[in-house]
Ligand binder design. Structure first.
Ligand SMILES: Cc1cc2nc3c(=O)[nH]c(=O)nc-3n(C[C@H](O)[C@H](O)[C@H](O)COP(=O)(O)OP(=O)(O)OC[C@H]3O[C@@H](n4cnc5c(N)ncnc54)[C@H](O)[C@@H]3O)c2cc1C
Length: 387
């Protein structure tokens, strides 16, 4: 039996950030992932807001290494096209510390984080799924697929959308009404993309709002994705694959970019959970971080940065609990309110914005009238949650 203070299930951005912060705080832990790394994750590959803040919190040198990494590119600009004529622009002045949007394939970003994990406080066990949890008086035992058993004082569930920690310890289940579903694929040879790596996001209506993204990547590749609210897509019998192939062949603002394009991968789909506030995120000897805590942003689907930030908050909470060596439900209870304090407003706004988008004409009119105000608000959000 292996004995440690903390066992983290999942080494994606949320689990890796928890581990890095625990190492910084000098807390011994075991981190396990079912996948061998480098491992891929279906994503839009856009990195914003909290990603940079967390890297800097862990170590300013880590942020610098990320910014200078050849596999990540950046932009100072982006546009959310609400219709063919109305858009909300992000246009950061280039005198900020660094660009507000980076792009990089998740296989590279997640590996970048995992490469930082080795420390005298971390034991890393990849390619080894966690199977079950057995609560004890003085801790909890995690059984791994290869037969190993890890005894720890507290478990961190960082195991994503289909988290077994969330299911088995918290009793949560996936809430499709608060989940988005997206598909994405890699392309090369796109033409006429906006200048300076500008992010292109379009809201397209097919009875319900669908979000279409083109995020440029290094080496002239791009990540192209489409998705929307999960139950609405089901109810409207929308096939995202059929729809996105139709869009890239026929849409007047999009098709000309794809005339010479070559798809490099299959369309892959996955869910994005936006149900923080509607599920249990801590209890006797466990806390959930990242997607397992439903922390993705409902409107623009960012879950990497919010997940990483939750890892920092969980690690700090563990440090406090270690002082009294108590990890009961009542000791971990205020973890949720700390998440709420840091991320609650952002996630609430994003859920509100997602509701407004469904009222197509009113939304367009609202954006037309309040465009400048919205752009100032977006700018302020970027400033306060990025730098
Ligand atoms: C199509 C799409 C586009 C997206 N675009 C963006 C975007 O552009 N920007 C953005 O910020 N977010 C985006 N997201 C959301 C983002 O991908 C997630 O929010 C993010 O990956 C959450 O990180 P995480 O660490 O919580 O979970 P994950 O990245 O899912 O990591 C969970 C880890 O747990 C491991 N695991 C699972 N079960 C077990 C087990 N039993 N034992 C051990 N290990 C286990 C997995 O192997 C995995 O490595 C997108 C999502 C989708 C689907």
């Amino acid at each position: 039996m292996i004995s440690t203070d903390v066992c983290i299930i999942g080494a994606g951005p949320a689990g890796a950030s928890t581990s890095l912060m625990l190492s910084k705080l000098g807390i011994s832990h075991y981190i396990v992932d079912k996948a061998n790394f480098p491992r891929d994750k279906t994503c839009g590959d856009g990195l914003i807001l909290y990603v940079f803040k967390v890297l800097k919190l862990i170590d300013p040198k880590l942020l610098k290494a990320f910014i200078n990494h050849p596999k990540f590119i950046h932009t100072w600009k982006g546009e959310l096209h609400v219709s063919d004529t109305i858009g909300i622009k992000i246009h950061k002045k280039e005198n900020a510390l660094h660009a507000p949007i980076f792009y990089g394939k998740r296989i590279d970003f997640d590996q970048f984080l995992v490469d930082q994990l080795p420390s005298s406080f971390a034991t890393i066990d990849l390619g080894n799924p966690a199977l079950s949890f057995t609560p004890q008086n003085n801790g909890i035992i995690v059984k791994l697929k290869n037969g190993k058993e890890v005894h720890s004082k507290v478990i961190i569930g960082a195991d994503g959308l289909q988290s077994i920690v969330s299911k088995k310890l918290a009793g949560n289940s996936i809430d499709k009404t608060r989940t988005s579903i997206f598909i994405s694929a890699y392309f090369k040879n796109l033409k006429h993309l906006p200048k300076d790596n500008e992010a292109e996001i379009r809201i397209l209506y097919k009875g319900i709002p669908l979000f279409f993204y083109i995020f440029p990547l290094p080496n002239g590749e791009a990540n192209v994705s489409l998705g929307g609210q999960s139950t609405a897509i089901q109810q409207h019998k929308i096939s995202l694959k059929t729809e996105i192939e139709h869009i890239i062949k026929t849409h007047p603002k999009i098709a000309h970019k794809f005339t010479k394009a070559k798809r490099l991968s299959n369309w892959r789909g996955w869910g994005i959970p936006c149900n923080f506030g509607h599920l249990k995120v801590s209890g006797d000897r466990f806390m959930l971080v990242g997607d397992s805590a439903g922390l993705a942003n409902a409107f623009y689907k960012e879950g990497v940065g919010t997940g990483m930030m939750s890892g920092i908050i969980a690690a700090n909470k563990i440090k406090e609990c270690l002082k009294t060596d108590s990890f009961k439900e009542k000791d971990l209870y205020d973890y949720e309110s700390r998440l709420e304090t840091e991320l609650g407003k952002l996630l609430k706004y994003s859920r509100g914005a997602l509701k407004l988008v469904t009222y197509k004409n009113s939304f367009k009119r609202g954006v037309f009238i309040f465009k400048k105000l919205i752009e100032r608000k977006v700018d302020a959000i970027i400033d306060s949650r990025t730098y």
